[in-house]
Design a binder for this molecule. Structure first.
Ligand SMILES: Cc1ncc(COP(=O)(O)O)c(C=O)c1O
Length: 382
């Protein structure tokens, strides 16, 4: 019998994931090759991570060059690659200061800690349907996390605001609140782009009451929504901006960016990490940001996203939501059967917390031919 990784994992790995039935063994560009020889076009990007696709020559070269030159050093020493990340991320995001870490949850954990510390307040507001990660603070502000949260209590007071209800948000934002955390385009909820008037009202109320606005762009950021960060579409200046996923293109990284005013409350010893900002991570972040700029990938996202919006309302798709390459396709009869049929046709998509919505989170390097294939496959589904 041929090797079966799904079975082999069951021997000793904790069984906390519902895994797919295919095993990727290699990938190049947008295409994943599976152990059984099947090839899949990846419209999911490994949870929005594979920003440059797979085996991108610049990423492979940067990683091997950095591995040969200096495999690891911590934040106890200065590094040229880290200084470059600071400069590039600040320019890309429009934020003043950057703290590098290892994941989205860790970025949000630190963002919340910073906001509570900066304001001296004890309450955080988040949005219904939002997801911010599985650590103690990030999980505390995640909607309906109770079933997996696991900690006996939350580390601070939390209130949830109905999304796009500006009156409800403004009524809850007052001088007792340290921060409002929101995803400008909610990812796991099903690619739900917040209403611009709602985001503007939240930002104005935050400003009025000295509340910090945290934009969680772990999923929506790094060019995915057709701008460096989705919050740029809203014309709103967050106090803190978090990101991860696409930033390392597959290497685990996270970043917390903030204004100089917020950064001013922090001093030496206040935050820390062993691996954040390490040489390999920085080599990848620099490469991802360089390739996005050099190859005009944000323009590519805008062009191909417009095609998906206009051509994918076909077959079982009844509505499209989201922005750029963070899209939700609402499917008649539910997303699961449509995703299965697409998989049979060689197209990998993602699920969401909305059973009717499948998510598209493809690499920013997607091409017209891949959109052609998706449209054709959708048309074939009855
Ligand atoms: C918006 C958002 N925030 C935070 C996280 C947590 O990121 P990580 O899984 O890297 O900890 C995710 C992960 O899906 C996310 O989508």
């Amino acid at each position: 019998m041929s090797y079966n990784a799904k079975q082999a994992e069951q021997a000793h790995l904790l069984q906390v994931y519902a895994q797919a039935d295919f095993e990727p063994v290699s990938a190049s560009g947008i295409t994943i090759t599976c152990r059984d020889g099947r090839q899949l076009l990846d419209f999911y990007g490994g949870h929005a991570v594979a920003s440059l696709g797979y085996a991108h020559p610049d990423a492979v070269a940067a990683l091997s060059r950095q591995a040969e030159q200096l495999f690891f050093q911590s934040n106890a020493v200065p590094l040229e690659a880290r200084a470059q990340v600071g400069d590039k991320l600040a320019a890309f995001s429009g934020m003043d200061r950057v703290f590098l870490c290892n994941s989205g949850a860790e970025a949000n954990e630190n963002a919340l800690r910073i906001a509570l510390r900066a304001t001296g307040r004890t309450k955080v507001l988040a949005l219904e349907h939002g997801f911010h990660g599985r650590t103690a603070a990030a999980g505390a502000v995640t909607w309906k996390a109770d079933k997996w949260y696991g900690f006996p209590q939350k580390p601070f007071d939390v209130g949830f605001v109905p999304r796009d209800d500006a009156d409800a948000a403004v009524a809850q934002i007052d001088a007792s609140v340290a921060a409002v955390i929101l995803e400008p385009v909610q990812g796991i909820a099903g690619a739900y782009a917040l209403d611009a008037g709602f985001v503007a009202a939240v930002a104005a109320a935050c400003k009025q009451h000295g509340v910090l606005l945290i934009a969680d762009e772990v999923q929506s950021g790094v060019g995915r929504c057709g701008a460096p960060f989705a919050i740029h579409w809203y014309g709103v200046q967050p106090d803190i901006l978090t990101t991860a996923k696409a930033l390392g293109g597959g290497f685990p990284v996270g970043a917390v960016m903030m204004t100089e005013a917020v950064a001013a409350v922090l001093s030496k010893g206040d935050l820390g990490t062993t691996f954040g900002g390490a040489p390999l991570a920085c080599a990848l972040i620099n490469t991802v940001l360089d390739v996005i700029e050099r190859d005009q990938l944000i323009d590519n996202v805008k062009t191909l996203s417009a095609r998906i919006w206009s051509e994918c309302m076909t077959g079982p798709v009844t509505a499209i939501s989201g922005s750029g390459f963070l899209l939700g396709l609402r499917c008649a009869g539910g997303a699961a059967p449509v995703r299965s049929k697409l998989l049979e046709a060689g197209i990998l998509t993602g699920s969401s917390n909305d059973p009717d919505v499948m998510r598209l989170l493809p690499p920013l390097t997607l091409g017209h031919e891949h959109v052609d294939a998706l449209v054709a496959a959708l048309k074939n589904i009855q």
